[in-house]
Design a binder for this molecule. Sequence first.
Ligand SMILES: [Zn+2]
Length: 320
Amino acid sequence: MRSAIVDGTELRLPLKKEAPGFRLYAVPLAELQDMFLGEMSALVDSYLSEGFRVSRLALGFPGPVKDGYVYGAPTLWGKMSVPYPLLSGLRVRLGKKGVTELLVANDVTAAGRSYVTEENRNFCIITVSSGIGNKIFLNGRVLEGDLTIGGEIGHWYCGYAYSEFVCDCGGRGHLGAVSSGRGVERLAERMKPDWAEISAVASLTHVTTSDIVQGLNRGDVFAHKTLNASVAPLASAINLINLATGVDNFIVVGGFALGCGEAYADALRRSMEGLQFSGHFTERSGGIRITLGNDNDFQALEGLGKMMEEDIAACAAADP
Ligand SMILES: [Zn+2]
C-alpha cells in the first residue's frame, strides 16, 4: 500500500506499507475488508497528525472497480462472490475525519492515467508483478465495457501446456499464473532439472524472482531461458490486443518486469518477432512498441491525482 499527499505535481509524505491481505491474515473475507477500511482510516489519521487537512481521497484498488463497488480482488482478498461497496464503506469511516470527496479507481487505470499526454493517447498498460493486469487507453480514456470492466488479460487461458499452473482466481493455465512473478517461479521449478549442471540459479532448492533478477544481471543462461519462457504467452496476448484494437504502444510496469529492467523488454520484443502482422501499410513503421514504464512505486498516485482533478472539474462544469 502506498500513499502520499498530492500537491500539484508533487507527492508529499509518501508512505509505503504491507496491505492487509489474505496471505498475511487467515481471517474471513468480511474481516479482511474491515481491516482494509481500518488501514485507510489509520492512514488518514497519520496525515492529519502531520498537520495536513485531508478533504479529498482518491484510492487505486488492485481489482476491477465500478461505481464504487469492487468486483474482485484476487491478490488482496482471494475469492469473492458478491461485489463489495468499498466507496460507501470509506464514506462511513472517513466522513467523520473530514474527507468529503472520494474517488475509487482500479490501480492499473490510475497508473495508466499518469501516462496520458497530448501526444500519448492510445496505448495499453500492462502490469507484471505477483499477477498480471492491463488497461487499454483510447483517445486518452480508459476502455471499459458496460457490464465487464476490462483489464483482465491475467485471466486469459494461455493453453493446455500451463494447465498445472493455478491462478489466484482458482482457474488453471491463466496468463497471470504463467507470465507473472509467481509464474516465473513456477516455470523455473519446472525447467530447472535440465539446467542444474550449468546454472547456479537452476541448482537452487527454490528459485525466487529475485534469484531470476540477479541471474539475469550475471548473464545466467537459465535465468534468461526462464524469462523467455515466461514472456512467450504475454507476447501472444499483446499480439491479439494489437490485432483486435489497433493499439500498438505497450507500456509494461509492475515489480517483476521493472525489477528485470531492459532484459524484460528485450525478451518480450524478441518473443514478438515473427508474431507481427505486416499486411497493412502504415505511415509509422516499426510495428508494435514495447517500453518499460517508470520505475516509480508511486506512479499510480500521480494518475490518481490527475483523475481527482478531472473529477472536480467535471463536477464544477455540471454544477456551476
Ligand atoms: Zn485467473
